[in-house]
Design a protein around this ligand. Structure first.
Ligand SMILES: NC(=O)N[C@@H](CC(=O)O)C(=O)O
Ligand SMILES: [Zn+2]
Ligand SMILES: [Zn+2]
Length: 346
């Protein structure tokens, strides 16, 4: 028996498309299933000015298949040198939709990020004034803090003080991985939201470390223990508009991941909707999937909700999806949920 589920054409509110050959390989995959995505600016070198964001947007559009209506929603990478006027202009010209905060050293290509949070105070104040959201990679980088505690410590020692010092600043905690993050969002009066990735709803740290080290499950923030994964799933299916999808699909070449020092990032764009339908069905919450993928994120970003739709179908036979995609520069492994998937994009 085939079951069908019609959804608004999804928005991915946290996506890495990279540049060059990788961009050409991955942009069409997202564009085939999503209407819009918030595009991360952590290129090498990073996207730090409005002009660079506009140029990157053109490169993305050029990588899309003919006739695609996919809309990349651009962001700027916040540095201690970011010019508040350039940023405000890029926002009012509609070039950028958000600004991304990477604590320096926290994750892939974050070396140009922020070390001294006082130095970005004027930028944050301007953002609060104009209502431009700040997307946050929420982990401290203090080597004394255990990697599994870095999100919780960030909330207490960095994020909460920033929010208190900057009333009205709209903040999205990207890729929430802990119950601490879920609870902090739930406790905040307004302006705070969180994205949840597909993979953090599926894997815990055992997937990464039991029976051998699995580099394709390594991402940042690193997957936590099972109780945290369960808290993320509960948030995803809660119907609370403060939690919405940001896949954080983050492709790296296999050669860079299967290495003595492998990079962080899971490539989930190819099977994300199949995985999410599986998760929401397991949680008996398929009726909540529409808002999670194509409603709450748009509302938070003050965008119109999607008009187009997409249909998912559940068949009796497991999907045969490729385990890898080819780019002009090498293969990229597709996220493996560890079980067969039955939902496909019709
Ligand atoms: N999530 C990851 O593990 N990696 C991301 C960076 C990020 O989102 O932190 C990447 O750009 O590869
Ligand atoms: Zn991140
Ligand atoms: Zn990311």
């Amino acid at each position: 028996m085939t079951r069908r589920l019609t959804l608004p054409l999804p928005d991915d509110m946290h996506l890495h498309l990279r540049d060059g050959a990788m961009l050409s390989a991955v942009a069409p995959i997202t564009a085939a299933q999503f209407g819009r995505a918030i595009i991360m600016p952590n290129l090498v070198p990073p996207v730090v000015t409005g002009a660079q964001a506009a140029a990157y947007r053109e490169r993305i559009l050029a990588a899309l298949p003919e006739g695609s209506r996919f809309e990349p929603l651009m962001t700027l990478y916040l540095t201690e040198e970011t010019d508040p006027d350039d940023l405000a202009r890029a926002a009012s010209d509609g070039i950028i939709r958000a600004v991304k905060l990477y604590p320096a050293g926290a994750t892939t290509n974050s070396a140009s990020g922020v070390r001294d949070f006082d130095r970005v105070r004027p930028v944050l104040e301007r953002m609060a004034e104009i209502g431009l959201p700040l997307c946050v990679h929420g982990e401290v980088t203090d080597p004394a803090v255990d990697i599994f505690d870095r999100e919780a410590v960030f909330i207490e020692s960095v994020l909460d003080p920033i929010r208190r010092a900057t009333p009205g600043l709209r903040v999205i905690m990207e890729h929430v991985t802990t119950k601490d993050g879920v609870d902090y969002i739930a406790s905040a009066p307004e302006g705070l939201a969180g994205t949840l990735t597909t993979h953090h709803l599926i894997i815990n740290r055992n997937h990464l470390l039991v029976g051998g080290i699995r580099p394709h499950y390594y991402c940042l923030p690193v997957a936590k223990r099972e109780s945290h994964r369960l808290a993320l799933r509960a948030a995803a299916v809660s119907g609370d508009p403060r939690y919405f999808l940001g896949t954080d699909s983050a492709p790296h070449l296999d050669a860079a991941k299967e290495s003595a020092c492998g990079c962080a990032g899971c490539f989930t764009a190819l099977n994300t909707l199949s995985c999410l339908a599986h998760v929401f069905e397991e949680e008996d919450a398929l009726d909540r999937l529409a808002d999670f993928v194509g409603g709450f994120g748009a509302d938070y970003y003050r965008l119109p909700r999607p008009e187009a739709t997409i249909t998912l179908e559940k068949g009796d036979a497991p999907l045969e999806l490729p385990a890898k995609i080819e780019t002009g520069e090498g293969a990229v492994t597709v996220f493996d949920p560890g079980y067969p998937l039955y939902w496909r994009v019709a």
